[in-house]
Design a binder for this molecule. Structure first.
Ligand SMILES: [Zn+2]
Length: 87
């Protein structure tokens, strides 16, 4: 998945998460991921500013992973404007 930085249109968090679901992702951390790696990701999300509304610190990270693989993504959901960003 490539995230275009040229577009000004941001999907809603719900749209982003249904897209992830359609690609086979399920909500939650991959159980192989150590706690400190999870915390590092959450810390990163906490410092992220929303690309749609510019609000800093309103991004709530929800981890999604693909079962039986090591692949996972964070869906950053803006609590201010409701947009979703894949990180
Ligand atoms: Zn926002």
């Amino acid at each position: 998945m490539t995230h275009s930085t040229t577009t000004r249109v941001h999907p809603s968090a719900a749209a982003l998460e249904s897209l992830l679901k359609s690609k086979g992702y399920v909500l939650g951390w991959p159980f192989t991921l150590p706690d400190r790696a999870r915390q590092a990701d959450l810390d990163l999300a906490a410092a992220y500013d929303c690309p749609a509304c510019g609000y800093v610190g309103a991004m709530q990270a929800r981890p999604w992973h693909r079962p039986f693989t090591r692949r996972y993504v964070l869906a950053l959901c803006c609590l201010s404007c409701g947009c979703g960003v894949e990180a």
